[in-house]
Design a binder for this molecule. Structure first.
Ligand SMILES: Nc1nc2c(ncn2[C@@H]2O[C@H](COP(=O)(O)OP(=O)(O)O)[C@@H](O)[C@H]2O)c(=O)[nH]1
Ligand SMILES: [Mg+2]
Ligand SMILES: [Zn+2]
Length: 354
């Protein structure tokens, strides 16, 4: 079998490309984002890039702008020393959350992730409700979650097993691995699971061991990885929040800073997938419009009464459903106001021209 032309790009990416654009632009990947400036890699070099002005002004929301992991059309200038980004190639997946605080908008975390590692540490950090929140976000994006229980050197083996069972109770379909950066336990197993051409990300609270794991996965191969050649990597060592790193076997990994707040907005599908047993139970409720709060014949409430469903898990399910719907409504409101405001501006400009 011959290699397809322009190989190096996956079949998926090839299928997303626009032939007219490929004819005039390079294809590059966003390695990191720094306040409106980007670092992009086109397979030859890794340089700073800016958005084409038009592109920026035609963006309707945060979701339209590039983020780490995005594939983009870009032009490289002056001996490949900088680049201009012309457009984002349709994404396979997009990991996003509601921005922290009162502002109702999406914040992009990363694009084109295949597998998300959700880390919780075996000591103080383990929290099934928070885990559910991460799972909702990851499931909503269509990304495969893998749960990593870090720092298992800090607790006895039987405790590790207990926590692992607890995780499987809330995420029966998900792969769970306990590991330790310190003793090295299972780090090789995680490393062996990383495939060439796939993109992974590390999620979890600050301090759970994400960056240490990344360094362990890089091992002493750090200087052999393709995208970190020193000469080319001008933007590389400035402080950055999310950065795409290439491992020696060609797997890509994005480390993220800990997120203190994991707000949800429009994540109904992610909630249903994460709490699939609750969705299944709801099919047996007496009333089709059951809100599962106080109705007679509610299959969910009776499962809780029978001890088949954890009341904590149910509470988190209801809480996230409400939060997702509420934020979705506020977002729709805000979008409408922004749109009306845009129209107003346009009409003012028009009337001035007249
Ligand atoms: N005991 C123990 N400490 C760890 C382990 N992994 C990381 N740490 C420590 O936890 C702290 C936070 O690690 P870091 O990788 O920066 O966490 P991040 O915020 O998730 O990136 C550091 O002091 C690490 O040395 C581990 O497996 N076992
Ligand atoms: Mg870190
Ligand atoms: Zn019900």
């Amino acid at each position: 079998m011959g290699k397809p032309e322009n190989s190096g790009h996956s079949r998926w990416l090839q299928s997303q490309l626009d032939a007219d654009k490929v004819a005039i632009h390079d294809i590059a990947r966003i390695v990191s984002v720094h306040k409106g400036r980007y670092v992009v890699n086109n397979g030859r070099v890794e340089v700073f890039a800016e958005l084409l002005g038009n592109f920026f002004y035609s963006a309707n929301s945060a979701v339209d702008l590039p983020t780490t992991g995005d594939w983009v059309y870009a032009d490289f200038y002056d001996d490949d020393t900088h680049a201009i980004i012309h457009g984002v190639i349709p994404r396979k997946t997009l990991l996003k959350r509601k921005t922290a605080g009162k502002l109702v908008d999406f914040q992009l975390i990363a694009a084109n992730i295949d597998v998300a590692f959700i880390l919780q540490s075996a000591d103080y950090n383990f929290n099934p409700r928070r885990l559910e929140r991460y799972l909702v976000m990851v499931n909503e994006s269509g990304i495969t979650p893998v749960i990593l229980l870090s720092k298992c050197d800090l607790i006895p083996q039987n405790e590790v097993e207990k926590i692992t069972e607890g995780i499987l109770a809330v995420a029966p379909q998900v792969t769970v691995r306990a590991f330790s950066n310190l003793s090295g336990e299972n780090v090789d197993v995680i490393k062996a699971s990383l495939l060439h051409g796939q993109t992974y990300c590390l999620l979890g609270s600050s301090g759970v061991g994400k960056t240490t794991l990344l360094n362990n996965l890089l091992g002493n191969a750090q200087f052999e990885t393709q995208s970190v050649s020193k000469k080319q990597s001008k933007g590389r060592h400035t402080t950055t929040s999310r950065e795409l790193t290439r491992l020696e076997n060609g797997a890509m990994l994005i480390d993220t800073p800990g997120m203190r707040e994991l707000g949800n907005m429009s994540v109904d599908a992610g909630i249903d997938e994460t709490f699939s047993e609750i969705l299944n139970l709801s099919r047996n409720c007496q009333f089709g419009n059951c809100s599962h709060i106080n109705e007679k014949g509610c299959a969910i409430l009776s499962a809780i009464a029978d001890g088949e469903l954890s009341a904590q898990r149910y509470k988190n399910y209801i809480k996230m459903k409400k939060e997702s719907a509420f934020n979705e409504m506020s977002y729709a409101d805000k979008r409408k106001k922004d749109k009306d405001f845009g129209k107003l501006i346009k009409s003012v400009i028009k009337s001035k021209k007249r």
